[in-house]
Write a protein that binds this ligand. Structure first.
Ligand code: GRF
Length: 272
């Protein structure tokens, strides 16, 4: 590991149990991750991950998206929206197959909630936003705040081998399809759903007789190790984004220890 004094400033967005968050906290406390978590934000007031953060003295906040739902908030006043909203409507790729007015309305509600998160994060100037089981769509408004032309600012952990099985049930989809291997993906976030450049992936076997619970447990062990490692690579400035001939961004891991790290992780996942 390269010597490093400065810690990468993180904000973590969660919705549920927060075991990935816990893994990051543990790695930081063990001195293996050069980062500090300055805020944990949840869209869900009941998320146990909030309690996990508080137990470690990490500030938390809740932005309850349901308050912008049609029930509690029947009409969006577009004057409350950022001036680039019409541009965002044209650019967005997260809502499709709906009438244009419905897409506009859904995007508007999402942007209102995201505005609240951005206001909480602004004073902290996070260097990386980590999505850790954050079960809400992210609009181009939020992404535009943290992705710069030369640097991605949002990372996500996805419980499947992208581009297979995007969406919310990576383990269920992998298992239900009858795959012989499953996997997990850490990627940067772009404006599509689970389409951003892949940083690293790890695989696990699915043996005859395995249940969904068994494979989820196997995958989560990989998630905990790989997500923290990817953040560490970012902290060490070991992630370089290159653009191929087709303009597609490709992440290069510069750490020479990367193959050995992946080999060890894989050996553990395949051990019987
Ligand atoms: C993980 O499987 C993660 O990959 C997915 O949601 C789950 C969150 O688990 N996005 P936790 O809240 O970190 O325990």
């Amino acid at each position: 590991m390269k010597p490093k004094t400065k810690k990468l400033k993180l904000a973590v967005l969660i919705s549920g149990g927060g075991t990935n968050l816990q893994a990051m906290v543990d790695q930081i406390e063990a001195g293996k991750l050069d980062a500090e978590i300055n805020l944990v934000v949840s869209n869900n007031p009941g998320a146990y991950g909030l309690t996990r953060a508080q137990k470690h003295g990490i500030p938390t906040a809740v932005v309850d998206y349901s308050k912008y739902g049609k029930k509690l908030f029947p009409k969006v006043d577009e004057r409350e929206l950022p001036s680039q909203f019409p541009e965002l409507v044209k650019r967005q790729r997260i809502f499709h197959g709906l009438p244009p007015e419905e897409i506009r309305d859904r995007l508007a509600r999402l942007v209102l909630a995201e505005q609240e998160i951005i206001e909480l994060l602004n004073p902290l100037a996070p260097e990386l936003i980590c999505l850790a089981g954050f079960m809400r769509l992210i609009s181009p408004y939020f992404i535009g705040h943290y992705n710069r032309e030369d640097r991605y600012g949002i990372m996500n952990i996805h419980p499947a081998l992208l581009p297979a099985f995007p969406g919310t049930d990576g383990y269920g989809d992998t298992f239900g399809y009858g795959c012989r291997f499953g996997g997990i993906t850490v990627h940067f976030v772009d404006e599509g759903e689970d389409t951003g450049p892949i940083i690293a992936q790890a695989t696990y076997p699915i043996w005859p007789g395995d249940t969904l619970d068994v494979i989820r447990k196997r995958g989560l062990e990989l998630e905990y190790a790989l997500y923290s490692q990817c953040i560490q690579w970012m902290a060490q400035e070991d992630l370089q984004v290159d653009y191929g001939k087709d303009g597609r961004p490709q992440v290069r891991i510069l750490d020479p220890e990367y193959p050995r790290f992946l080999e060890q992780l894989t050996q553990k996942a395949f051990a019987r």
